[in-house]
Write a protein of this length. Sequence first.
Length: 527
Amino acid sequence: MLAKITSSLCVGIESSLIEVEVDISSGLPQITIVGLPDQAVKESKDRIKAAIKNSGFHFPSRKKILINLAPADIKKEGPIFDLPIAIAILVAHGHIHPKHVESFCIIGELALNGALRAVKGALPIAMGLKGTIKKLILPIYNAREAALQQNVAVYPVRSLEEAVHFLNGDKTITQFSVSLSNYLQNKQKYPVDFSDVRGQLFTKRALEIAVSGAHNILMVGPPGSGKTMLAKRLPTIFPDLTYDEALEITKVHSATGTLKSHHGFISLRPFRFPHHTISAIALAGGGPIPKPGEVSLAHNGILFLDELPEFNRNVLEVLRLPMEDKTVTVARIKQVMTFPASFILVCAMNPCPCGFFGDRKKECHCSTAKIEKYLSKISGPLLDRIDMHIEVGRLTIKEFKSDHTEESSEKIRQRVNQVRQLQEERFRNTKNIHFNAQMNPKEIDAFCTRTNKAQELLELAMKELAFSARAYHKILKIARTIRDMKTVHSCTPRHISLLDKVIPIESDDISEALQYRGLDRNWLNRS
Ligand SMILES: Nc1ncnc2c1ncn2[C@@H]1O[C@H](COP(=O)(O)OP(=O)(O)OP(=O)(O)O)[C@@H](O)[C@H]1O
Ligand SMILES: [Mg+2]
Ligand SMILES: [Zn+2]
């Protein structure tokens, strides 16, 4: 007898419906799986057989069982088809009526005792359900993430036995649902705060600009100056995630299988902090079973590369495309997968191998050649994509001991929020651009109007300080963010939407922006 079950497979962060067909006939006893299965799917035969027997059902051992996974041109990976294949065998064998399975999509990995294990990609799978299939049977561990897709009925099960009883109407399972407002009301809480960091006003200001306009930033400073400490506090000054942002991030984690079952929803801004020994594939995504890399796990958040020169130069090269396109494309046989990758890149490094070049108190013992070699480890094209480079100095004992109360993350965050709202209005009709840092020359022309004085200063700086043409655009974008910050902070939030969205950049905005281009001036001849 022939049986058919609808299942689904997550490919990248999208999903495809898969038909699982099972035919049981007389003939030489054997189980064959066709339809481009990988090794894990082929190995499922024995698992399924054991799970069916151990769940108390009869397995047709003396029959010929043909399992077809369609369409045949999609490579079927992983153990996600265990449950639909087992159910299809039980339908074909007469344990379940075919009518009872028609409206369901079924996914799940089976243990030998018939218990279900979590699978990857439950959220993209729920989001990909269409037509008449709007009901999903899946392992209980994946219920939360799948239920985020509100127009799909999610039925969580613990075992094959439970799934069969439910389909036969012998057991009731309540549809699983989550309250989205509960998730979003979950205010972001962090154990760290900007007020932990004493002094460093210049660096704090630069970081606020970076987050406000989504500019990539590099911090250069001696050991112990607080670079890592500051970077780790960056998520605390971002605006709360919107529902759409949170859903995009959760989708990536669902596809990677890194969601905790009791969470199901990522509501914290990503802060990814990969070690410098990371491989190109782990950073950008890919591999034999393609997975999103750190750039995608940092989507809508921060990718922090601490000790930048320690990273392998070739590994850093893979950042170039995602930084430009805000997505990563992984090519595979017969298919191309695209993962989102829109993040702010934050890097930190010492100015030289000993760490004290340019320090006010400690002497640097590195030769010029040694410093040059150290700096040359950083990929030029990567540096080109970083808007801001700043020097972070060490605190003096006096600054460190001062009893001055530092500004809290919450206060900074409120300001960042306003500047981001202004940009949202500005770029409402501009496709794929949300923040100042993302402007192309066309938008720079339209939105970076400046006073004559500002233009004069910019031209003078280009000439005197030998800035490159590339730096010219970057300075304008940073100056745009600085002017936006000044504009919104001088008026009440209510008035923001009424503001002229292109208040001209002034010369003091340009002169401040110039300070955030430390590497344009020759690093070694600074002092
Ligand atoms: N401005 C500051 N306010 C309070 N504590 C600070 C400050 N700067 C540094 N510290 C203290 O010094 C420690 C070291 O700072 P951090 O690790 O951030 O330095 P770093 O610049 O990353 O150094 P390295 O170059 O060695 O990585 C912090 O954990 C913190 O305790
Ligand atoms: Mg550090
Ligand atoms: Zn040195």
